[in-house]
Ligand binder design. Sequence first.
Ligand SMILES: Nc1ncnc2c1ncn2[C@@H]1O[C@H](COP(=O)(O)OP(=O)(O)OP(=O)(O)O)[C@@H](O)[C@H]1O
Ligand SMILES: Nc1ccn([C@@H]2O[C@H](COP(=O)(O)O)[C@@H](O)[C@H]2O)c(=O)n1
Length: 316
Amino acid sequence: MGGGRRLALSFAVRSLRRRSALNILPSSSYAAIHLMDSNLCCRQSANCDVAPDQQIGLKERSRTTWAFTSVMSFSEAAMTKSLPPNAVLEEGPTTTTRAATPLTVSNNNPRVIFVLGGPGSGKGTQCARIVRDYGFEHLSAGDLLRAEINSGSGNGTMIQKMIEDGNIVPSEVTVRLLQKAMEKSKSDKFLIDGFPRSDENRAVFERVTGIVPEFILFFDVPMDEMERRILGRNQGRVDDNIETLKKRLKVFVESSLPVVKYYDAMGKVHKVNATTSVDDVFETIRPLFKQYEQKDSTVELVQGVTHKSDGPATLH
Ligand SMILES: Nc1ncnc2c1ncn2[C@@H]1O[C@H](COP(=O)(O)OP(=O)(O)OP(=O)(O)O)[C@@H](O)[C@H]1O
Ligand SMILES: Nc1ccn([C@@H]2O[C@H](COP(=O)(O)O)[C@@H](O)[C@H]2O)c(=O)n1
């Protein structure tokens, strides 16, 4: 590598590292820092001229390493196993579990918030308000799957059966739909609703897109209230009946709650009591988005110079 390129690379790392230390860098960039840092480290062993003070500190390193390893460590075998024989990835030359294309969105650095909670916890209702007031793009995994059925896709019958049975559709199919929707969008900030529903959903999303969510909004509602809301929803959904609901609630407890726990251990979950009225729930989450909006505008102003950040918002 020539001196000029090496200098440019080390400057980019320093700039990203400074922003990361201030906690104002979108977390999806951490993997990038790590990769660049690894590059610098190898160069150092080959007498690179990067000074020791340009190396990422231990605390940051553990964070970047997490992003990097979680993106890279998912087992191909597990993915393959999860695909039913009739699942088809609709892009790429052959049926494959690999991502056909890397994620490309308008600014290449999308920020993602996952919105989780059991069936009927109010995810879709609150997402509509967040979109209205804070300009996110709402991507509901369930809506994308239903649209896929209606589009006459080759996977339609399989998806329909999974939804009727309250089961989780193979991750590659759902991640592909999310990825396509993000690629198509002009937005760079997304509320992804009803996803990830399982550890496998999460791992495939991270592996395919390389995106680490900013935070997770988790709507907490007791089972009996979720049941009351689903059975009273009246939107003609094939899965809003007591038999399918029982299965969905079981899947929620067994597969989806572990994902919430996973992110909670990383301090990324904002748990919201969603048993109050629609307006009250929204007033509870509003401060989180206000704070996020402020943080967001700070990021846009940053041009590699030192800025203050309030750090992540919390609702706990
Ligand atoms: N805070 C609330 N209080 C009472 N009813 C609510 C509240 N929030 C949403 N609802 C109602 O509960 C039903 C389910 O809400 P919503 O569709 O937003 O849930 P969801 O979490 O997106 O569900 P799913 O995961 O099944 O798509 C709807 O009929 C909605 O009007
Ligand atoms: N990540 C996901 C999300 C949804 N599904 C399937 O769709 C059904 C409906 O989802 P809603 O979020 O609209 O309630 C759900 O029960 C699953 O069958 C999925 O497989 N993976």
